[in-house]
Ligand binder design. Structure first.
Ligand SMILES: C[S@@+](CC[C@H](N)C(=O)[O-])C[C@H]1O[C@@H](n2cnc3c(N)ncnc32)[C@H](O)[C@@H]1O
Length: 209
C-alpha cells in the first residue's frame, strides 16, 4: 500500500463523508438497526452516533486499519459492545444467518467485487433480517450517465476504488434481496456524484444465497 492510500486517503474519506446531506441520510437509515448488527465499510465510524438503543452488538467491518483506528476512537462514546473486523466484505468471517441488521452506507461503490460481497451479506443475514443502505450510483438520465462513465476511471483512482456507475438497486435485488423501501433521488452536490439509492431490503423468500 502506497503513502497516498495509507495516510492521505483515510483522512480524505473521513472529511468527505462528514457533510450535511450524508448526515441527513444517516439520521433516517441508521437508527432502524437493531439486534446483532454488521456494518460493512464502517470507515471512520461516522454512523456510530446514529445507532439507537435497539442495538445489542455491532460488528464493524472494513479492510482499512487506518479507518478502523479512527472508528475505534468514536466507539468509546457508544453504549453497546463493538467488535471491529479488519476484512473485506467479499469474505465475511461470521456464521450463516447470524446477523439481524446489515448497515451499508456509501460502501458498495468501493467494493471490488460487489456481487460477491452482497452474496456474503445474504449468507450472514437471518431470514427475517434487514439490510439498511444508502449508496450513490448510476443516474437515470443518459447525459448524467455519460459523465459518470467518462469520469469513472479517474474518480476511482483518486478515491481508492469508488465507482460512480453502479446500478445499486439491480445489484441488491440480483443478490437475493427484495425491497421493503427503496428511494432513488438526487441529493445535494454535482449530479454525477449524488444520485442516491436508500432504503430497506430483506432476504427474498425461497431464494437461498
Ligand atoms: C466512502 S467510504 C464510506 C465509509 C462509511 N461507510 C461512511 O458512511 O462514512 C467507503 C468505505 O468502504 C470501505 N471498503 C472498501 N473496500 C471494501 C470492501 N471490499 N469491503 C468492505 N469495505 C470496503 C473503505 O475502506 C471505506 O471505509
Amino acid at each position: 500500500m502506497g503513502f497516498y492510500d495509507r495516510w492521505i486517503l483515510p483522512r480524505l474519506v473521513d472529511v468527505a463523508m462528514r457533510n450535511r446531506s450524508a448526515a441527513r441520510y444517516r439520521s433516517l437509515i441508521v437508527p432502524k438497526a437493531c439486534g446483532t448488527v454488521l456494518e460493512i465499510g464502517i470507515g471512520s465510524g461516522l454512523n456510530l452516533p446514529f445507532y439507537d438503543d435497539g442495538v445489542e452488538h455491532l460488528y464493524g467491518l472494513d479492510p482499512s486499519e487506518q479507518l478502523l483506528a479512527m472508528a475505534g476512537k468514536k466507539a468509546r462514546a457508544v453504549a453497546f459492545p463493538i467488535d471491529f473486523i479488519a476484512h473485506a466484505s467479499e469474505e465475511i468471517p461470521l456464521d450463516d444467518s447470524s446477523v439481524d441488521t446489515v448497515v451499508m452506507t456509501w460502501t458498495l461503490c468501493s467494493i471490488a467485487d460487489p456481487v460477491k460481497a452482497l452474496q456474503e451479506l445474504r449468507r450472514v443475514i437471518k431470514p427475517d433480517g434487514t439490510l439498511l443502505f444508502v449508496e450513490h450510483g448510476l443516474a437515470p438520465e443518459i447525459r448524467v450517465q455519460a459523465w459518470q462513465q467518462r469520469f469513472n476511471p479517474l474518480w476511482s483512482k483518486l478515491t481508492g476504488g469508488c465507482n460512480l456507475n453502479r446500478k445499486m438497486d439491480q445489484l441488491i435485488r440480483t443478490a437475493g434481496f427484495e425491497f421493503a423501501e427503496l428511494k432513488s433521488e438526487y441529493a445535494e452536490g454535482p449530479r454525477p456524484l449524488s444520485y442516491m439509492f436508500s432504503g430497506r431490503a430483506q432476504p427474498a423468500l425461497g431464494q437461498r444465497p
